[in-house]
Design a binder for this molecule. Sequence first.
Ligand SMILES: C[S@@+](CC[C@H](N)C(=O)[O-])C[C@H]1O[C@@H](n2cnc3c(N)ncnc32)[C@H](O)[C@@H]1O
Ligand code: SF4
Length: 346
Amino acid sequence: MKFKKKFDELSPFKIIHHNIDQKFPIHVEIDPTSTCQQDCIRCSYKQNIDGKRDYIIHKQNARLPYDKFLDLIDELKTIGIKAITLSGGGEPLIYPKIESIIDHILTSGIQIGVITNLSTKIDTGLLSKAIWVRVSLDAASHKIYETVHRPKNQNAFSLVCENISSIIKKNDSIDLGVNFLIQPENYSEIYDAARLVKKLGAKYIRFAPVIATDHIDYEQLFGECDSLLQKSLSLIDDQFHVFITKERFNSLKKNKKNYSYCYKQKIHPLIGADGNIYPCCLLKYYDRHILGSILNDTFVNVWQGEKRKDWLSKLDVDLCPPCWFDETNLFIEYLLTNNPSHVNFV
Ligand SMILES: C[S@@+](CC[C@H](N)C(=O)[O-])C[C@H]1O[C@@H](n2cnc3c(N)ncnc32)[C@H](O)[C@@H]1O
Ligand code: SF4
């Protein structure tokens, strides 16, 4: 049987390829720096989303010390980590010596993914060796990009588009996709952005709702953008996909969780630019979720240490914020269920 190209990069079922009971995580996300050369109007790291984080991450001027960063990569390699995502916090690609860091990760054999605004001069040949790059674009024109991203560099929008083309030219099999956070200021460009991104050669565009502390009437917004989202779906073909991440739309409503435990924290923790290890991206930079620090300890010691044990003993998924890993957790819980019901009635 011949399978269609599936665009399954964001599937919650990927965990089936791994042993859930392994000692260490599979994937670690790292914020090299907390600073950014842009000032997105609703960047999650400058908002106090749930009223419980009263400082702005970007203003912390935190940055992983270079030597500690290299040591960390070596340690992660030793304990069998398969993949590292570079993200933020701030903008990962403005970290000084980021190219040496990427080179070190690649040399160690760990796979690399990058979440970036891509509006910086960078060795696109090196970046094209990543497994995937996801670019935060959120616009289809210079004007709307300026409104939503408020970049310091006036040529930022064209630089991002040039960098996207350049990476793809150097490696056309890279999974380079674009993220578009839907908000009142940019939703009119939904379809144009999908067209632009397809023309630039990206593999996909992903539409997700922005999480905001200012009041957004999501019902009204989604009503207004629905026809543009539907129109964008018409651009899907064998080479290009449009994702509308419904779980993110749903997760904005605080639903009671339909699983009993968070497995995601065990397979995909994060390391902030402050050197602290956090259980997941939603709990990142909250003091009460710090598991330990790589600035004064090893990753392994923190992972197996008392502080993390204590955090795990208090873990109650119903107290977690709305989360977009519900499907992953639900799937893992099903995999771990003893004697699931009616398995033969497939
Ligand atoms: C905070 S950014 C840091 C990395 C990089 N500077 C960038 O913009 O891609 C990481 C991811 O968070 C997303 N993000 C930022 N603010 C958000 C918000 N208010 N709601 C939902 N996602 C958000 C961005 O689109 C990006 O995919
Ligand atoms: S580019 Fe990324 S880190 Fe910078 S302000 Fe925008 S969302 Fe935040």
